[in-house]
Design a binder for this molecule. Sequence first.
Ligand code: NAP
Length: 276
Amino acid sequence: MSNVQVAVVTGSNKGIGLAIVRALCKQFPGDVYLTSRDPGRGQAAVAQLQQEGLRPLFHQLDIDDLQSIRALRDFLKEKYGGLNVLVNNAGIAFKVHDTTPFPVQAEVTLKTNFFGTRNVCTELLPLMKPYGRVVNVSSMVSSSALGGCSQELQQKFRSDTITEEELVQLMTKFVEDTKKNVHQKEGWPNTAYGVSKIGVTVLSRIQARLLNEKRKGDHILLNACCPGWVRTDMAGPKATKSPEEGAETPVYLALLPSNADAPHGQFVSDKTVRPW
Ligand code: NAP
């Protein structure tokens, strides 16, 4: 088993994820895994970074596929005996003018952004080594979507005692409510992406609390963040930040020094803790 440190970035064949891998290759003192659901796209991205003189490694990962997540888990366990840095970056968003029925958009978006990210955490968080760093890429849209929720939902999502099971039930209820076309009556905002990112931010708060309860002495720091509005296939060419600028906050959180005890369980943008 290798004693080398290891970092994994999900959804990193393009966009912000690729920029995070590029920055980690330059700054992280260990192996950096570029992952992609499609090996062809992943290998092409690795080749691109190699052209720049960097040495990322590759592993397949589709966060919608539990078998794929578990294959990566087993590989990391066997080769490294764990994991030092996990960046949950993979995500999807329907375009504003997409005509796919809203209930389908809700189901598909939640499947990847919330349930897929949660499955990665379930399988890989137990592997985190002492002083590990976990970064869940959420969005400022999670804050605005929270503001669009009913008072009752806002209270639940801001609660310091909400459990992961309760959060999963709420995310499942959102999808079911869209199918019955009662989601707005039930207090949800009219944004599937926004609700999925509420899920990612609240999940991060819960996971950080569990780390405090169960592994306090291991000094693991886990946060959610917003990369900003970034020029990628997701956000388009008019966005204000380059992918490299978008990677700055996730990379800052991934490389928090070993003597840092904060931020932890926070929502961070522009390297600044934001109120939730
Ligand atoms: P992007 O260019 O569309 O890249 C998304 C990445 O996620 C791609 O590599 C994509 O792979 C991957 N992905 C999607 N579904 C996946 C799955 N099931 N398994 C594994 N990988 C999967 O988007 P981006 O702008 O870089 O977004 C990265 C993250 O930042 C997302 O979580 C997004 O919500 C968040 N974010 C972005 C912005 C922004 O302005 N861009 C703002 C706030 C938050 P494929 O190439 O195979 O599709």
